[in-house]
Design a protein around this ligand. Structure first.
Ligand SMILES: Nc1nc2c(ncn2[C@@H]2O[C@H](COP(=O)(O)OP(=O)(O)OP(=O)(O)O)[C@@H](O)[C@H]2O)c(=O)[nH]1
Ligand SMILES: [Mg+2]
Length: 265
């Protein structure tokens, strides 16, 4: 079975950011350590939506010390489209996406990369919901419930145990195959790629989902609405028959109820 040898592996790490300047240095230092220990050439591409913080000055410094690039977007916004912009700029053959706030441990990168480096795997994801996976104790209870509920809503689309994780890896060939079909809304770019690329041979790499190190969460109630809209589109994409079945059944129930209610009118 084809598998890249460690010597052939080279990785583009794409990080979408908004107001994460304070996290960039520790993030890049930890990525660099992990990649150098594994012996993988890499680049970090930060795609930032014109943050009004120290992002640009920190990035200028990082670019002198590490294989690091900052792309600043001024015309477009959003996590998922930022990831697609990073993919389009990537030089290497394995693409990893991760958050900037260090909730995704960079030390897991080599495992994620090795997992996706053979023909037996087309999608590798860092997951909190498997044996050994953890979420730090201070993640709010309400967020855990929302995360679990959201995960179950995606169940018919994927068997992944943590499809909403934003820490995942694909090969360039997967992106080339699917890029014309990608049309994500909201945050869940991993789910979009997985479903649209028709990935079947996935691997899950256990992570401890950490605490945001600094800065503020960008999560708002709009993200939840976007997620529901995204699911709606993905259900129509992957399971149109189910949507017709539900729609037809609902229509039949409404029609029968109306006929019954007005039978003597
Ligand atoms: N380019 C870009 N990046 C974004 C945008 N919104 C969020 N991000 C980045 O996407 C990553 C995830 O955002 P977070 O705010 O950490 O969301 P989260 O991890 O789901 O929520 P928390 O658990 O509260 O941290 C971070 O690196 C953010 O800076 C955006 O509109 N544009
Ligand atoms: Mg976060």
């Amino acid at each position: 079975m084809f598998r890249m040898s460690d010597a052939e592996i080279a990785v583009s790490v794409v990080v979408p950011t908004y107001q994460e300047g304070v996290n960039l240095t520790p993030l890049v230092e930890r990525i660099d350590r992990a990649m150098r220990d594994a012996g993988f050439p890499y680049e970090v591409i930060v795609v930032d939506d014109n943050s009004q913080d120290e992002t640009e000055s920190v990035a200028a410094q990082l670019a002198t010390e590490y294989p690091f690039r900052l792309i600043v977007r001024t015309e477009e916004r959003g996590l998922s489209s930022a990831v697609l912009c990073g993919y389009a700029e990537a030089k290497h053959d394995i693409f990893v996406v991760m958050d900037a706030d260090l909730q995704h441990p960079p030390e897991v990168l080599p495992d994620l990369v090795r997992a996706v480096s053979g023909y037996d795997c087309d999608f590798a994801i860092g997951t909190r919901y498997v044996k050994g996976g953890k979420i730090v104790k201070d993640w709010p209870f309400s967020r855990r419930i929302i995360s679990l509920g959201s995960k179950w809503l995606a169940r018919p689309l994927t068997p992944l145990s943590d499809p909403l994780s934003g820490f995942f890896a694909i090969q360039r060939s997967t992106w080339e195959r699917v890029k014309a079909k990608l049309d994500p809304i909201g945050y869940k770019i991993a789910l979009e790629v997985y479903v649209k690329a028709g990935c079947r041979r996935s691997r899950e790499v256990t992570i401890t989902f950490g605490t945001r190190q600094a800065g503020e969460s960008k999560l708002t109630s709009a993200v939840a609405w976007h997620y529901l809209g995204h699911l709606w589109k993905l259900y129509w994409y992957k399971l149109p028959w189910l949507m017709w079945l539900f729609g037809g059944t609902a229509l039949a129930i409404i029609t029968l109820t109306a006929l019954y209610a007005f039978r003597d009118a």
